[in-house]
Write a protein that binds this ligand. Structure first.
Ligand code: ZN
Length: 132
């Protein structure tokens, strides 16, 4: 992965033809860029887990009774390409924002969720409810 702070450079580097399998040690760098460019650094570092998910590409979960991690993002272990991975991570980060910053109890695909669409598209990303 090239050392860059630009998401556009990374998306170009990985290309759209190659399957992307996220690795835990690569996620924080991408997370940091999205947090800065889309969320004005308002998000903290959540617990991010990678595993094979059936019927979804990503999940955001909030559990106030969790002993360790109340906020948790789970990502599927295989994406169509790097861009899809970034879009899913960004999507789950919007849910995290809804919970952490907006204090919405059920972080759904509501008006506030879609208010991030412009910021996504400025970075060449799509914000959708379902990706495939
Ligand atoms: Zn969602």
């Amino acid at each position: 992965m090239p050392r860059t702070k630009s998401l556009a450079t990374l998306i170009q580097y990985y290309g759209s033809e190659r399957v992307y399998k996220p690795k835990a040690n690569k996620i924080p760098a991408i997370y940091k860029i999205l947090n800065r460019e889309i969320f004005n650094n308002r998000l903290k570092t959540p617990y991010i887990k990678i595993r094979r998910i059936r019927g979804a590409l990503g999940l955001f979960e909030f559990n106030p009774y969790a002993t360790k991690h109340c906020y948790r993002i789970t990502l599927h272990n295989k994406f169509k390409n790097f861009q899809e991975f970034v879009e899913i991570l960004g999507h789950e980060m919007v849910h995290y924002y809804q919970k952490l910053v907006l204090k919405q109890n059920s972080a759904k695909h509501n008006k506030e969720f879609y208010s991030f669409r412009k910021r996504f598209s400025k970075m060449g990303l799509e914000l959708k409810r379902i990706y495939r």
